[in-house]
Design a protein around this ligand. Structure first.
Ligand code: UDP
Length: 467
């Protein structure tokens, strides 16, 4: 572990913020963006991390890293990515507890100055056990919740939703609206049936406890997107709330991508007409069956548009993310799409979405992907898979009205119709594009000097200095 005594330009000791991200791409990115933001504001940075999905330290030479090298603790025997992820989160908490306590205690005992320098631990909201450890050692905690405010509000209301019979969900009730939390329907909740109710309730209750026992909540969102939801969290949670999104725009952080981002086709993108390209990516965890992959491929091919498709190893259920090769494409796909499209295993997504050639984004609606699309003013075709993605897609289609959801069975004909609707010159495409641009401008206002997110960054910095 490197020494902890950084200095400010004026010669005073720097306050240090400790970070512990949940080891998943969609959680690592905003945590590193937050670290980058606070580092730029003069804080020293120490990142605790597991070996599973460990960050590449060479990209962040100014930070200290403290490994908490526990075994992967990935649950075996299930191909259901949602179940595996939720159980893994609980297992990571258990597995890291003792070693994190040891490593943090060692860091604090370097000398009294080291202890005084530590302002707080910022950990992912999924890491309640580790937040408890830090508090037990006298370190104040803040929580980064990497999803939307609407999702956290729903989590906070979860016991009430169970009391009222919304959860566990009945198969016959999935389309029913949740009157207490518009615009959600029952199907927009993370757990739609009783199979995972126990484990989901546990994870949700840990998240809410992590937030309410902390000294502050940091959210990667902004007033322009979720003013009502933020007001409700401020009213109900009893902790200071700092909405400082979109972090990928406000932070100077280097990429924290776990996979190598293929940049070889950016020139191809430069050669495409404005707003003509269909960008397709389902993030780092979402999966589909082999049959759905075939329908996806032909839907993209038959749309007739130029496309950039991220076909990640492990995307097809039953194949491993560690395989070097992406899943095979159907026979005839290459011939049918020659010169018209590019298939890559991982992309520099923020750059791609911000490229003027990109006209729409077919996404699983992970919160980072949703925000990145909003910031780029790109309309969305949503195909949510699990977790908070259904709720995000609901906001895209029914609140911001910047996209459409591809519901039900995934078949090529539906993809073709939806792409034509989004990319076509008439409605609904024209309206979706207009609103996507308007939303982009409103978000830009939040990021401007005196905008809500910028002001909240200042407030967060002040808050950290008082801890
Ligand atoms: N991402 C990327 N390259 C890709 C696809 C995704 O860098 O080809 C990034 C994307 O920019 C986002 C993150 O991976 O920041 C995915 O997070 P999200 O919350 O959208 O989904 P998750 O992977 O957590 O389901």
């Amino acid at each position: 572990m490197d020494s902890i005594g950084g200095h400010t330009a004026t010669g005073g000791r720097r306050r240090r913020v400790l970070f512990f991200p949940l080891p998943y791409q969609g959680h690592i990115n905003p945590m590193f963006q937050l670290a980058g933001l606070l580092h730029a504001r003069g804080f020293a940075v120490t990142v605790f991390h597991t070996h599973f999905n460990a960050p590449d330290k060479s990209r962040h030479p100014a930070y200290d890293f403290v490994p908490v090298p526990v075994s992967d603790c990935l649950p075996e025997g299930s191909s259901d990515v949602f179940q595996v992820t939720v159980e893994h989160i609980l297992a990571v908490n258990r597995a890291c507890e003792a070693l994190f306590r040891e490593r943090l205690a060692a860091l604090l005992s370097e000398d009294q100055a080291a202890r005084d320098d530590v302002a707080c631990l910022v950990a992912d909201a999924h890491l309640l056990t580790l937040l408890d450890v830090a508090r037990g050692l006298g370190v104040p905690t803040l929580v980064l919740r990497t999803g939307s405010s609407a999702c956290l509000r729903m989590f906070a209301a979860f016991p009430m939703l169970c009391d009222k019979g919304y959860q566990p969900a009945q198969e016959s009730q999935l389309e029913a609206p949740v009157r207490e939390l518009p615009p959600y329907r029952i199907r927009d909740f993370p757990s739609t049936t009783s199979a995972y109710h126990g484990v989901i309730s546990e994870v949700i209750s840990h998240i809410v406890t992590a937030v309410t026992t902390s000294s502050g909540l940091i959210l990667n969102t902004m007033d322009a997107l979720e003013s009502g939801e933020l007001a409700s969290l401020r009213r109900d949670l009893g902790v200071p709330v700092f909405d400082i999104g979109p972090l990928h725009k406000l932070s100077p952080a280097a990429s924290s991508s776990l996979l190598l981002q293929d940049r070889g086709y950016l020139e191809w993108l430069d050669a495409q007409a404005p707003a003509s390209v269909l960008y397709v990516s389902f993030g780092s965890l979402a999966s589909m069956s082999a049959a759905e992959l075939v329908e996806t491929a032909w839907g993209i091919a038959n749309s007739g548009h130029p496309f950039l498709w991220v076909l990640r190893p492990g995307l097809v259920r039953g194949t491993s993310p560690s395989e070097a090769e992406a899943p095979p494409l159907p026979d005839g796909f290459d011939d049918a799409t020659r010169w018209r499209g590019v298939v890559v295993s991982w992309a520099p997504q923020e750059e791609v979405l911000a490229h003027p050639a990109v006209g729409m984004f077919w996404t699983h609606c992970g919160w980072n992907s949703t925000l990145e699309s909003v910031c780029a003013g790109v309309p969305i075709m949503a195909r949510p898979c699990f977790g908070d993605q259904m709720g995000n897609a609901r906001y895209v289609e029914h609140v911001w009205r910047t996209g459409l959801t591809l519901d039900g069975e995934l078949v090529r004909g539906k993809v073709e119709v939806a792409v034509a609707a989004l990319m076509g010159p008439g409605e609904p495409g024209a309206g979706l594009r207009r609103r996507a641009q308007e939303l982009r401008s409103s978000v830009a206002e939040c990021m401007a000097k005196d905008g809500s997110s910028c002001t909240n960054v200042d407030k967060l910095v002040d808050h950290l200095l008082t801890l």
